[in-house]
Design a protein around this ligand. Structure first.
Ligand code: SF4
Length: 329
């Protein structure tokens, strides 16, 4: 990465409970010392199975959740150092688009007020006419039109509702948009339209995206870099091409082997992991992946591997990481 990062997440953890019945003595480690940085205008995807900590990480980045420890530095400013008014002002520059366009839009509000809400909250538009002009401009940017401005969410399809969510997300010209599973609630036929829209907006507006996703086909399409999470930790972080062509970590290899390949005539040889993901209240000793790892050795039960560079731009947390292209049938 050249220049100062837009977002610098440093050793961030989120622990729930601790001492209570829910968390036991050590608590539930939803996110455990996660670090990554993002450049202006880039797209980083956080991937992993349900419960791996990717959504919690994304919500800490936009301060919907406070980290238990660690620092989140946005555009050179430690967000924890800001008072309420300063944080409110900083929020203009990082916005979130939610997974479920049905649940995230108020059913009783017209599109003018839904998309215009952040503009009103930040006092951007002085008059109703100004607000209307800006909302029309935003609707047109996401492929909708002025004719939609007085309608209610139930009058739109799922894809259109997600476009409305995106219009609201870009209303304040943010530098970063966090998109939490932005297309997973949509039909496959609509997913690529929304992904293309996000990419077009990035080209035009220079927005950086932090995408939370479990679908590797979506990630392959949209991300420039990918961070794979397992049980609250990043286990592999690399450029997309490097990650898909030469995954190093056994968990990443298993995830990729289970995903469809772009060529429909071919299929990956599936690597099947045994057992389930352990509870974050009882994280295994040493490497947290060792109970399920097909190549685990003694040291893995004792020593927690750090996320270290395995190749330029490619970091892995594994004592025995080696690049292993996934064989195809
Ligand atoms: Fe498997 Fe050991 Fe690597 Fe963990 S450190 S992924 S258990 S080989």
């Amino acid at each position: 990465m050249t220049g100062a990062p837009l977002l610098d997440v440093q050793d961030v953890s989120k622990v729930y409970g601790g001492g209570g019945l829910l968390g036991g003595r050590g608590g539930i480690h939803a996110v455990d010392k996660v670090s990554f940085a993002m450049a202006h205008g880039e797209t980083l995807a956080l991937v992993g199975e349900s419960g791996c900590g990717k959504t919690t990480t994304a919500r800490m980045v936009v301060r919907l959740l406070d980290p238990t420890s660690g620092r989140i530095v946005f555009d050179g400013v430690d967000l924890a150092s800001l008072g309420a008014a300063q944080l409110r002002e900083a929020r203009r520059h990082f916005q979130i688009v939610f997974q479920d366009p049905f649940a995230s839009l108020s059913p009783r509000e017209r599109i003018l007020d839904i998309v215009g809400e952040p503009l009103q909250a930040h006092g951007i538009c002085r008059t109703r006419a100004e607000l209307k002009d800006r909302v029309v401009e935003l609707l047109e940017q996401v492929g909708l039109s002025a004719a939609h401005i007085d309608r209610f969410p139930h009058q739109f399809s799922g894809g259109q509702r997600q476009r409305i969510g995106i219009a609201r997300g870009i209303a304040l010209n943010p530098k970063l948009v966090v998109a939490d599973e932005p297309v997973s609630a949509l039909d496959v036929s609509v997913q690529s339209q929304v992904i293309n829209l996000l990419q077009d907006l990035q080209t035009k507006l220079g927005i950086a995206y932090l995408i939370v996703a479990h679908d590797l086909a979506v990630v392959r399409h949209i991300a420039r870099r990918v961070a794979v999470m397992y049980l609250g930790r990043i286990v592999e972080l690399a450029d997309k091409d490097s990650l898909f062509a030469r995954p190093h970590h056994p968990y990443t290899q298993a995830l990729i082997s289970a995903a469809p390949v772009p060529d429909p005539q071919r299929r990956n040889k599936r690597i099947v992991l045994t057992g389930d993901v352990p509870s974050p209240a009882r994280v295994p000793s040493g490497c947290r992946f060792h109970p399920r790892c097909p190549i685990a050795q003694d040291i893995c039960r004792k020593v927690d591997p750090a996320l270290n560079a395995a190749a330029p731009g490619h970091a892995v947390a594994c004592h025995f990481a080696k690049p292993s292209p996934i064989p195809v049938d």
